[in-house]
Design a protein around this ligand. Structure first.
Ligand code: GRF
Length: 211
């Protein structure tokens, strides 16, 4: 059986960011674009929360933003279908989840296979889901970190692009560990997006290669 190989496109990319909160990862990506480290434009910043600080930050940066109210849709699939339509209208190449606090339905996952990235605050496959940092502390691991991965239908389980590790200290709280991990998130997320639009990411099975 021949394995299907995906190769990311080498082009000036069109990025959509989905966020629900403060948006520091979005800002790290946008900053890298402005510095010329990523060949792309953020063409849409979309949120399920009208008051997400990340939306305000996007507006302040002159970017197109959109609040889509989940309450106006009968179910999660219909909501995700509305998102898919907006993303298609904007001809989006890559969707960056950046603190987007909704689980994607297959409607969205299947419309953008190999074209949705997420950042998770733990070294996957350890500690998926919510509260990854507290789970790492409670488990007693000596290192945790963050993972940029492609989004598959199973939550936090898609192919891993980049990871960074940080020590877990004896007196860490969820907040102190989060702050240490966040510094690394802001390095590896823009780096993964850069590699994507340099056409250097190849996915074979569940492994990612840089070519
Ligand atoms: C980050 O900790 C990220 O790992 C997780 O959600 C948080 C988002 O933070 N997925 P921000 O909104 O990007 O500042």
């Amino acid at each position: 059986m021949t394995e299907e190989v995906f190769r990311s496109p080498k082009k000036r990319g069109r990025i959509a960011v989905l966020l629900s909160g403060r948006g520091s990862n979005f800002m790290s990506i946008h900053h890298a674009i402005r510095e010329g480290r990523i060949d792309a434009d953020v063409v849409l910043v979309l949120s399920n929360k009208p008051d997400a600080p990340g939306l305000t930050a996007a507006r302040e940066r002159g970017l197109e933003t959109l609040f889509l109210d989940p309450k106006l849709y009968a179910n999660r699939e219909d909501y995700d279908q509305a998102i898919v339509e907006r993303l298609r209208q904007k001809d989006v190449d890559l969707v960056c989840l950046a603190g987007y606090m909704r689980i994607l339905t297959p409607v969205l996952c299947r419309a953008f296979v190999n074209r949705i990235l997420n950042i998770h605050p733990a070294l996957l496959p350890s500690f998926p889901g919510l509260h990854g940092r507290q789970k790492a502390i409670d488990w007693g691991v000596r290192f945790s970190g963050c993972t940029v991965h492609f989004v598959a239908e199973e939550v936090d389980m898609g192919p891993i692009v980049l990871q960074a590790a940080v020590p877990v200290l004896q007196d860490d709280t969820e907040d102190t560990l989060a702050a240490r991990i966040l510094v690394e998130e802001h390095k590896i997320y823009p780096e993964a997006v850069r590699l994507f639009f340099e056409g250097r990411i190849e996915i074979r099975g569940r492994r990612v290669f840089f070519v």
